[in-house]
Ligand binder design. Structure first.
Ligand code: DON
Length: 577
């Protein structure tokens, strides 16, 4: 960790704790929105100014992200929305994860000689699950919003029709995925509309996507899952050799689930339950770590213990976690403080525990896919939304006439037991595909609530989402402000491969040496011999907002690694306008 941040971590901790006895304010002084694209943040703020609530704003932000970040998420994909309804005091988790088509049996993902068929798992029709995001918009609007979809989807529809300026990540991402995307006529129609691939500064127009969003706004659920759009989705998938049917599309439903809750020091943590693996992993890691006062430890010791907690949580993820509607997830056991205490007892403070060395595969490259946004409104409602099409531009397949870029979320299933997926994580029966089942996710939209402060946080990053959220929680706990939390240097361990990965500059040479001396293997960006990622590699796209209930201030932080992100706070006066 950069030395000044380590110092902040230690110096600020006592202040976070001592404000506890002061009476909190009841309402935030305005609205705060942070997302990975300025157009999405502005659309959300505009809805709030017009009198919408955080749930209306979430629809607007999510839909605009779906239009302006086709690399990351979209209505051809899915997502999770963690809500806090200030009027009832309730937290609810909206699960709009994709589901497995009935045809997607494990044998479909094997080549003739029984090898895992990575192309099928990641590209084209077999890679895609049944999309969930459109159903989430309808559900949010019906149950929680105060405005019609015609208002909340309007900015996304306009931007899809009129176009938005292509930025660097889209140009680079397209170049990386062009060979797959150009296989499909519907995709060529959108991305090669000008005859050439999208270039930074060009306008990317998506008229079919605008029309699909309009139908969703007009007809609700039936505008996407039945009728014209559904027919075109099925035709487009099946024309490429897939096998979708109308029944599975028409029977997709959003699930409301009870969030995972646990305590870490002064904080109530409210976070993502299965089919996310994030909340259970966070509960395990933080409850393990609560056995030490991290602020008192030097950086090598602290990092060692955090890594050991990551290693143990990811081991359990591999074996136990899947869609709770299909498999019995031992959630009570895995999230119990006693279980965490047992795991803590297995940690040697002076030595790394080797992961069971079955696989030495290096953690694969991960880039700009998936997106997160965080919102607090002036009534105290909150939304943490993380949404995705999985890998860069999802499956690359746009069924003609829909504008809907389909996800490649099927790779998040354990398609071949014990074979690592694109994020190097593997699984077994609990996460095997079955008709209608949801694939395990790492997306971890999270709230932190203490007597002093409320924070909404999350990020993309595949399996590293969970550990980035963990580091974000530790950062808030150490008293950092929202922007500083997004800037924290990042490191990660996922049990297998048994190696600590990190961004450039996360560790000083001394800290890296100290960790090696404890028996850890490190795979740092400069270590090309060890399969490193090149010194410019950065992880995540953290978006967070926080409200200090004692001094009545709102903050928003947008990851400095992403130049097009935007964090906005509007004070009560402007908010009440
Ligand atoms: O749900 C998941 O865990 C993955 N599909 C998320 C993908 C992701 O974050 C890609 N980002 N870099």
């Amino acid at each position: 960790m950069k030395p000044f941040l380590s110092l902040l971590f230690v110096l600020l901790l006592p202040f976070a704790a001592c404000a506890r006895d002061v009476r909190p304010t009841d309402m935030p002084p305005g609205h705060a929105v942070a997302s990975a694209h300025a157009l999405a943040t502005e659309a959300g703020m505009d809805v709030l100014r017009d009198g919408g609530n955080a749930f209306d704003a979430a629809i607007a932000v999510s839909a605009v992200l779906s239009v302006v970040e086709p690399i990351s998420s979209g209505i051809g994909g899915g997502g999770f929305f963690l809500l806090h309804d200030a009027a009832t005091g309730k937290d609810v988790f909206i699960d709009a994860r994709e589901t497995s088509p009935a045809s997607a049996t494990p044998d479909r993902y094997l080549t003739d000689n029984g090898e895992f068929d990575r192309d099928r798992a990641e590209n084209g029709p077999w890679a895609a699950g049944i999309p969930g995001l459109p159903a989430a918009f309808v559900h949010l609007a019906d149950r929680y919003g105060s405005m019609p979809l015609s208002r909340t989807l309007a900015p996304a529809i306009r931007i899809a029709r009129e176009g938005f300026p292509v930025y660097g990540r889209i140009e680079r991402g397209y170049r990386a995925r062009a060979a797959v995307m150009e296989r499909y006529p519907g995709t060529r129609e959108v991305f090669l509309a000008n005859g050439v691939p999208p270039k930074e500064g060009d306008l990317l127009r998506q008229p079919d996507l605008a029309r699909t969003l309009e139908l969703l706004a007009e007809k609700g659920y039936d505008g996407f899952y039945r009728g014209e759009v559904a027919d075109k989705l099925i035709a487009g998938v099946n024309a490429e050799g897939g096998q979708w049917n109308a029944t599975e599309l028409a029977s997709y439903e959003v699930k409301e689930r009870e969030p995972i809750r646990f305590r870490y020091r002064d904080w109530d943590i409210v976070t993502a339950p299965p089919p996310s693996s994030g909340g259970i992993a966070l509960a395990q890691m933080l409850q393990i770590l609560s056995g030490w006062n991290l602020a008192e430890l030097d950086e090598v010791q602290r990092t060692h213990l955090v890594v050991e907690s990551m290693r143990r949580a990811f081991r359990d993820r591999t074996f136990y976690l899947g869609d709770p509607d299909f498999v019995k997830v031992p959630q009570r056991l895995l999230t119990s403080p006693d279980y965490a205490a047992g795991l803590r007892a297995t940690i040697n403070p002076a030595k790394a525990t080797p992961s069971d060395l079955l696989s030495g595969a290096p953690t694969p490259l991960e880039s700009d896919e998936t997106t997160h946004f965080s919102i607090i409104d002036a009534q105290g409602n909150r939304v943490a939304g993380t949404q995705t099409v999985n890998l860069l531009f999802g499956s690359g397949l746009i069924p003609p006439g829909t504008g809907v870029l389909l996800n490649n979320e099927m790779d998040d299933f354990a398609l071949k037991p014990g074979t690592p997926n694109a994020f190097g994580v593997m699984g077994f029966e609990a996460n095997a595909p079955e008709p209608g089942k949801r694939m395990l996710s790492s997306m971890t939209p999270t709230f932190m609530v203490s007597p002093q402060r409320v924070a909404v946080l999350g990020t993309p990053g595949g399996s590293r989402i969970i550990t980035m959220v963990l580091l974000g929680i530790l950062g808030y706990d150490a008293g950092l402000d929202a922007q500083a939390v997004t800037a924290l240097p990042r490191y990660h361990h996922q049990w297998m491969p048994d190696v600590i990965g990190a961004e450039s500059d996360t560790f000083t040479p001394e800290v890296a040496e100290g960790l090696r001396a404890l028996g850890h293997q490190l795979n740092l960006p400069g270590d090309t011999a060890a399969g490193g990622r090149g010194s410019s590699h950065v992880w995540g796209n953290f978006q967070t907002v926080s409200w200090d209930r004692i001094d009545g201030t709102l903050e928003a932080g947008s990851d400095p690694r992403n130049p097009v992100g935007r964090a906005m706070v509007e004070p009560a006066k402007a908010a009440a306008r």
